[in-house]
Design a protein. Sequence first.
Length: 1028
Amino acid sequence: MDTVQEDVIPGSAREKEENLDLEQKIKTNRTEQEKRFPRNTREKEENSDLESKIQQKETEHEDVIPSSIREKEDHSDLEQKIQKKETMQEEVIPRKIREKEEISVLEKKIQKKETPEEEVIPRNVREIEENSDLEEKTPKKETGHEEVIPGNIREKEENSYLEQKIQKKETAQEEVIPKNVREQIKNQIEDWEKKDKMFVCTRASDYVIECLKNENCITLTAPAGVGKSFIIWHTALILQKKGYNIIPVYSPQNISDYYQPGKKTVFILDDICGNFSANQNKILRWTDLLPVVKKLLQTKVKTYDTCDFSIDTAKEKLKKALDSLVGTFVITQNGIYRAVHDKLFDFLAHYVGHKMIKCLIDHGDSHLVHERCIWLNPPDDKNSNIDFIIEIHDDYLESYIKRFIKDWSLGHIVVVFESSNFRISSFRQRLLQYLINLDNSEQEALANTKYMLICNCCKGYIDMVHWILNNNVDVDQRRFDKTTGLIMACQEGHVDIVRLMLQQNPNVDLCDLNGATPLNKACYKGFTIIVNMLLERNPNIHLCANNGCSPLYMASLRGHTDVVRLLLEKNPNVDQCNKKGRTALNLSCEKGYTAIVNMLLDKNPNVDICDSDGCSPLYKASLNGHTDIVRLLLKKNPNVDLCDSDGCSPLSMASLNGHTDIVRLLLDKNPNVDLCNSDRCSPLYMASRNGHTDVVRLLLDNNPNVDLCDSDGCSPLSVASLNGQTDVVRLLLDTNPNIDLCDNDGHSPLYMASQNGHTDTVRLLLDKNPSVDLCESDGFSPLFMASLNGHTDIVKLLLEKNPNVDQSDNDGATELVNLCRPSDDTSGVELLLRHKPAINNQTLFGGNALYFSVFGEYIEITRLLLKNNANCNVCIHCKQTITDAISKLSSQSLDNFKQNLFDGFLEDTLSNVADYVSKKSVDYSFDVWAGSSPLHIACFLGTIDIVDCLLGHNANINMTKEDGTTPLFYACELGHEDIVRLLLDKGADTDLLRLDRKSALNIATDNGHKSIEAMITKHMKEANNTSK
């Protein structure tokens, strides 16, 4: 409708309407301001001038300027004037009032209804949500610009001012910390920065920073004066430089209030649990807010705590006097005067306490008075040895008791009743003498103070409990966690208090927040007398805690035989399970409580009830080796083949752990001896693996399948051979198993024993004539694995069986080649050479034993091979042959081959060679390797001893590769001067050219080896002179 109307209204008429609307806005704005603020002459002049401008614009532009352009100019000019006017108004309108007006305008535009949710949603979260709604609900204005400005641009211009206000409001809301607190934090951090200039890093401070890499909550504990606070300040300042927001806090509530998701934040807490002693009030506050703090700590928020051994309570002094001590004995933090150090405060408090004891008792901080002021009676009490305590003599005891009662009446329960004085019986007697002289109404008020009864029942102060109960206190009074005084007394074992409480007829079935009853607590702790007293009150003996644990279960858990006996007299349900499906019988069988099991079995329980993991009572007893319990259970004819969720039977677990007597008892019940678990491991397999010889013998007497393999195809004989269980192997071999039965990777029992060096096992296996040439899936034989790992005795045993020494693996490598590759151990090579292997056999890629010994720089093996007539002129295959061979292998690719070769040059060569190769590509190392002779490789690697050895056995000094490269070229390229000199002396041809027409001299020049260049030049001149 709006668009249609604008199409039919003439441009001039529309202009007038819009200008009148703007004029009206100005007048309204001026009227509202005049109601609240003094009239401003400057505003009137500006408004008058603005009205004249509007009239003049209408006259001048009405017939000359096109309507759309004129509208745009008019509106632009008016908007500028309004903006200027608003800016000037801000100078006279107080900021807080101005903000209030702006918020009011925003609220009118939103017209958002308030909901009950506002009462429970935190203010900073609610405001951010409101701003989000505001952005969605902001109405789109319609102006005369529609004819010439696209809709999306027009909306953006019209809402710009409003969006700026929203942004400003959101920024203010993001600061959830009050401004005054932010200022205090700023001043505190500045003070830390001053002190940090003198900080010296220690191992402790470095360790704290290191811990931050893995932990988001760090606590420092140490005696006073060792520098905990300084370490925390130093660490916080480091994190601040990394963009973290540092927030010192004084209670867990601060963390909840100041935490902002998504912001990097570090919370600093000093003396988290008190200082001079543990502050139970602080601890209680932390306990209450622990769920909230835990949730916050699941993010990456950082916290730092310190625990000290001395209290840090400030004592107000006259400001003038205190100011004179600032910087020496006193500092100020957040407007509070504090001693510069905890120990200094201890001294000052002790001094003032003795000089002004009455004043301190009457006016001192509650924590200071009740934690440091101690009534010493008798004077030689052990408390007299505590440093910095303030002694209260009898003359001031009444004053202290009055202060005690005053704080008590104010609700400071934890402070007063956790004090050292209250733990003294004689003090409580003096306190009670004072209390009974008070009016009955005063006594009742004190006795009914929050948690009074529960606190004293917990501590076991029967004198106080008796007085409390005489003052009309609800015996079923409950704490925030639903704990009652009776629950606390039963939990702590205070028999007299329990008796006293029961005389008041409490509800004995009341549960705490965890669902635990007084009976449940007493059964768990094994307080037989208390349990007996409770049972006389006929409690619900089947009432379970939240985890499903009944009183009978809790008594069985801790092995409290007498308690179990008392409970069974009440005929409880012995098959009652907890939430994990465990019964009292199941638990007792696991723990080995024979007497309890015997009593439970007398009640005819279901002996086959399994827990949530499928474990029966018999399973648990067999697993843990409780022979007597297994014997008791078997009398009840349980299912001996009942398996757990992994398929393990009682026999399997007894066999696994070597419980011979239990295995014998179970076998008497004819179980399935071949019953396997989910990994297909039989009882015989498990016993063989762990070397339980007696168990294996018992099982073999029951004719199990000795070739039954696990899911990896490993038989009992294989796993026994692998682990060197010689006696077990002997027993298994007596049953004639398949000695060549291999696992899924082709490993035979002989292979496993040879690989791991179990000589006696290998000897036993060889007596049964296994296949000594049986190779695993990669083609490695037992002989190779024994040689590779240096098991010389096993190599000798295997060679006595005449194995095929020329047998090759999947890459065509013979035993000799494989032995020359990984190490310079000559013993295996020497033994193998005695059996005359084909010493020059090559792999699919052309490498032979001599080549690999040269590449590995194994001089002794090289000499040994050359001594046995190895051909030193056999070369690696050319690049095309190698490429064709690799293309036929499914397990190898050319790129992987090149990469492995490149890595080999980097890892197994001299540092200068590795540095040179590292600057090249993988193709370069392939070019060097392909077609090279052992002499080529030795000259490239710079191993002069091997070069000399090869030349001594008629190596072809001028052998050329496909591209014409000779050994001399490689020595010149890498700069091996000694080798170049040796080659020249042995007659290397310096006139030979590569396919690229470069000589050895050119190569030396190209690589900047001037000394080699000079050496070759000199050699060539001498050669020319000789020829002339």
